[in-house]
Ligand binder design. Sequence first.
Ligand SMILES: Cc1ncc(COP(=O)(O)O)c(C=O)c1O
Length: 455
Amino acid sequence: MHKDDPTTLAAAEAAGNALKPSPAMDAFWMPFTANRQFKKAPRMLAKASGMHYWTPEGRQILDGAAGLWCVNAGHARPKIVEAIAAQAAEMDFAPPFNMGHPKAFELAERLVEITPKGLNKVFFTNSGSEAVETALKMAIGYHRARGEGTRTRLVGRERGYHGVNFGGVSVGGIVGNRKTFGPLLTGTDHLRHTHDLGKNAYSRGLPEHGAELADDLERMVALHDASTIAAVIVEPVAGSTGVLLPPKGYLQRLRAICDKHGILLIFDEVITGFGRLGSPFAAGHFGVTPDLMTVAKGISNGSVPMGAVFATQAIHDAFMTGPEHVIEFPHGYTYSSHPLACAAALGTLDTYAEEGLLTRAATMAPVFEDALHSLKGAPNVIDVRNIGLVGGIELTPIAGQPGKRGFDVLLACWERGILIRTTGDTIALSPPLIVEKTHIDQLVGTIGEVLKVTA
Ligand SMILES: Cc1ncc(COP(=O)(O)O)c(C=O)c1O
């Protein structure tokens, strides 16, 4: 326990947390984790409520990352907890192939009430990675169904993250995630990323410079010909490579080039979906509607794994040909529209609606922005950027050890009772959308202190 932390043990014990011994740690091979480091100095979470986690020892941790960009309504919200418990007792599982259950249909109808106009078909998955694979397949299948079977090329962007399956890694642009796994999918290409500290450092909201980088797509058309390109996939705001915001006008320009050449535009809204920017979806926020949109995380408030793809009527209808007894889109998962996930998502949508959470980030954004930008001038800070309730604080890397400074900051923050996310040497903040000013002050105050002691 951090010596200055006055809360913790008593509060956690009052909340029903007994001291628990650490379990054996050998068997579990942890995902996206430095396993050997972790097992020497574990960071364990045992309980969560509202804006906080507690460790097994009862230490309170303020959640500055909404878990992993997913717990948008805060932890253990009663409507969601009750919905999951009731569904588990009523019906645990129903096969999603050739069978249906009422909550899946109800959820799809509820979701298309809040998606940008035109995205009115929903295909359920269990994660963001699966949503991405599904959207890429839909894009290729759509062109084929319309007699344009040569359109198979998929274009992503440098520094893009689209999950960990082969399609997503192939269109993704993170070298560390790509180099280990062989040649990946052939027939992909990548736009340049839009991150330019020389021109855009300390931007508040969208950066001024870089809309013309969307013209990379024109160059790809000139090189490969539009008749070979199925789709372009981008995150409207990239989270996993360090909070990269789209330059003003960039997404509009990308949309226009896609329209000109019959290329589908896919927005990966796994992070931006469900209120993160201050609007229900980034597409609505920026006034640019994609043809396909992937979501996960906030769809069920992180409580039960779930993802989804939203598609236009035209894409859906292109598949609806041939004999009626034949499966039109040969794709799906055993747990697509799992009853527990559907119940959790319905409870989540109720919570978002009752508390106005899908737009609350817009109200809190100015407070968050001012607090974040107060870190300008703190040791090793080279940029601060923000939109809605997403903040990025970029640090100078330690020479020869990229990522080490970021990781040291994460560890020191954990010691002081806040959970942050770092990607490389960038701190990414994305607190639950129920965050109050006092939480923001604690997050930013602690980071400021840590930057001094780790300098
Ligand atoms: C933009 C984006 N796409 C896809 C994914 C993958 O989602 P999952 O980890 O649920 O497979 C993520 C995860 O952070 C993401 O940020």
